[in-house]
Design a protein. Structure first.
Length: 225
């Protein structure tokens, strides 16, 4: 009975801690999107509606918080890629993957690249992500539905570029709630236009050499000083 009573007492506290954690992670994404690498712990806590003490009880440092965000972002990326590979149609699988990543905000952590230590868990999930995107791209090329010359790195860079929506962010900051839905619809249209640029119906050669994966790995190497 004592054990049952203790579990009942803990349940509300655990539920509150989980809610605070979700709020902190969402707030961190939003503050990072707005402030980039200069995102402060105080701004994140304020956006989440919790005290700084609550943040530090969950994450000992800002770096630890960002590392957790990176892991969750990679998890979402890999899940979306696996769903894309499971789709019967190679084009639908690839396009759906790109859209899912853009809507999630994949690439929003780019501003902190090189400012935090890449953990073994992060690295392992990143390596898995490169394998999955390469498989998606190879499958689409094999089906003849992907524009010749497009590489897995091209697709990843496209996702990173599309995650930013200056006009949506500006309208939100200006308080134009009446235009929020119109802006969201406009953004979806822009993403669809960009994704269609990957279709094999476009056969004009892409400019320059195919990008190297070093564009990602070198950026995330820790820079001291």
């Amino acid at each position: 009975m004592a054990a049952v009573s203790e579990r009942r007492r803990r349940a509300p506290r655990q539920a509150e801690a989980e809610r605070n954690d979700r709020a902190l992670l969402q707030a961190a994404r939003e503050v990072l999107a707005a402030d980039g690498a200069h995102a402060s712990v105080a701004a994140i806590a304020a956006r989440a509606g919790v005290g700084i003490g609550s943040l530090y009880r969950r994450y000992r440092t800002k770096e630890e918080l960002f590392q957790r965000l990176s892991v969750l972002s990679l998890d979402h990326h890999n899940e979306a890629a696996e769903q894309g590979l499971a789709a019967a149609d190679p084009w639908a699988g690839l396009a759906g993957f790109v859209v899912a990543c853009v809507e999630f905000g994949q690439g929003s952590l780019a501003p902190i690249a090189g400012t935090i230590e890449v953990t073994e868990e992060m690295w392992a999930k990143y390596e898995r992500s490169t394998e999955l995107v390469a498989a998606l791209v190879a499958r689409a090329h094999g089906a003849g539905v992907l524009r010749p010359g497009v590489t897995a790195v091209d697709v990843s860079l496209l996702i990173e570029q599309l995650r930013a929506s200056p006009f949506v962010d500006q309208l939100r900051k200006q308080g134009h709630d009446d235009l929020a839905e119109a802006a969201a619809q406009a953004r979806r249209r822009v993403v669809a236009i960009a994704v269609d640029g990957l279709r094999a119906v476009l056969d004009e050669p892409l400019p320059g050499r195919p990008p190297s994966g070093r564009l990602f790995t070198e950026r995330w190497a820790r820079r001291d000083g």
